[in-house]
Write a protein that binds this ligand. Structure first.
Ligand code: ATP
Length: 215
């Protein structure tokens, strides 16, 4: 059987990108032997979360954050698209472009649990595998729809991801740094220094552009 190259797909608002995101992406890349991880900032979050930095600023912060890691790529397709950032559309366009490679969609386990609320969610399994990253404070309710999906699709050996193009779910443990973009924004708005929670270059840019002062 042909082994597939695996590509990690990491979506988010990244408002701003921080070390929690970066560390998790690197650990996943190493454990799962991902050829690359694509960071895909959304234009309009589907779940109506307020976004503070402009799309251009979020793109620029990502660029600064990943520039030293050649296997991390910035992908601006959701920012360029005018429609809401539905993941199924993003995956369809990536699939067209990347052909043979298997896409691995990286999601927090809490986001994975909400999958049945996503636009055309069932089609997502025809387009990618899902890597659901576990969190100590979250378990999937045993009688939920997502629990039966897990029963049907979960694999416990990550090497299996290379055997078919899409459709598996792999639960992954990762070092969870207790860092959130909202906490960083609050610190900045309250004149605190969030240094060491995010790359220095990103913090310098935030200060230069005066982002999050009113967040
Ligand atoms: P906010 O605090 O504004 O909600 P956030 O820090 O959760 O933002 P997002 O851009 O919404 O950042 O997150 C993108 C993805 O990164 C999501 O899948 C989320 O689960 C994951 N993520 C966020 N923070 C961490 C962290 N500290 N460690 C690992 N993954 C994280």
């Amino acid at each position: 059987m042909n082994k597939k190259n695996l590509i990690g797909i990491f979506g988010g608002t990244f408002d701003p990108i921080h070390y929690g995101h970066l560390r998790m992406a690197l650990e996943l890349q190493q454990c799962l032997h991902l050829q690359e991880v694509r960071f895909i900032p959304c234009q309009k979050p589907v779940h109506k979360k307020t976004v503070y930095a402009t799309p251009e600023q979020r793109l620029h912060m990502l660029q600064l954050a990943i520039s030293q890691q050649p296997t991390f790529l910035l992908d601006d397709r959701e920012i360029k698209r005018i429609t809401p950032s539905y993941m199924v559309l993003t995956l369809e366009s990536l699939k067209k472009e990347l052909g043979e490679a298997s896409l691995c969609l990286i999601l927090g386990i809490d986001a994975f649990a909400g999958l049945p609320n996503w636009h055309r969610w069932q089609e997502i399994f025809n387009l990618c595998h899902i890597i659901a990253v576990q969190r100590p404070d979250f378990t999937i309710p045993s009688s939920s729809q997502i629990a039966s999906i897990l029963q049907e699709r979960q694999i416990t050996d990550s090497h299996g991801l290379q055997n078919k193009p899409s459709g598996y779910v792999f639960l992954m443990k990762s070092t969870l740094l207790q860092i959130s973009a909202s906490d960083i924004r609050h610190q900045i708005a309250n004149q605190k220094n969030p240094r060491y929670l995010l790359p220095d270059l990103v913090l310098e840019y935030i200060r230069e552009q005066q982002i999050y002062l009113d967040a």
